[in-house]
Design a protein around this ligand. Sequence first.
Ligand code: MLT
Length: 323
Amino acid sequence: MRRTVLVAIFALLAFCGSAFADSYPSRPITIVVPFAAGGPSDAMSRILAERMKLSLGQPVLIENTTGAGGSIGVARVVHAAPDGYTVGFGHLGTHVANGAIYKLNYDLVADLEPVVLLPSNPMIIVSKNAVPAKTLPELIAWLKSRPEPAAAGTAGAGSGSHIAGLYFESTTGVKLQYVPYRGTGPAMNDLVAGQIDIIVDQLSNSINQVRAGTIRGYAVTDDKRAESAPEIPTTDEAGVPGLHMTLWSGLWVPKGTPKEIVAKLNVAAVEALNDSNVRKALENLGLQMPPAEKLTPESLGDWQKAEIAKWWPMIKAAHVSVD
Ligand code: MLT
């Protein structure tokens, strides 16, 4: 008798879970962006959300939950209900570097379910126009000649722009004074205004300002020029060989989110990435689409683990203080 009751209870739970997933989504979905509006994470999320809502049949809203290099926004997702209505946007900084810098109250791998890998882009070294340098070697010489370290805008300790700055320091010997913002959108406003000196920024965030001539671009951290910015040399061409960094992004949901719901979100994101208007908007920002075979949830999970293994030793060796 007892066994029969238990079997019936498990069957009912399975039915409810399946029925819940079948009816998903029945209300708006929130994508939590861990950086301020106006930056590259925010821009990509809004472009994708506009197209994902067509596939999901519900509004897809953007919530900017900022601070601590993006780790506050990630925590918001980790502790949300695993029901598919709270989705986290993140990237190399938030879902790899943060784990090497902060004492997080969550595990970046164990407490999240990967949904899909999103487009990536190289970083670009940019400065305010008042800097008296026209090439990367001239910029490096200027940075080294200063009595005080130059002010480098970032999106906070552990953000992509911060990790890129550390990497730039370690490969060139320059010293930077980091100025944290809630995202590289606000940091860019201060760079254009001349309030800070440089940013090692996502190409997608700087490309339009470089094109407009409101800031100066020196090199992209890649071994090939960006198709959307062919006039910008690579770091290899500009005299700093091997300074390569690609900032990739992705979507995650809380651990325990039903697989059927993860699959529905994955399909909606992939349909957005395959939409010609979305691709055109993202590629115009210098973003590169992930290959089709990398678009499964498992691929993002494997990629994140590989990137943790790659970057944590360098980041930990930098002994970054977040106090
Ligand atoms: C970063 O530097 O981590 C991001 O570019 C910040 C942002 O998206 O605003």
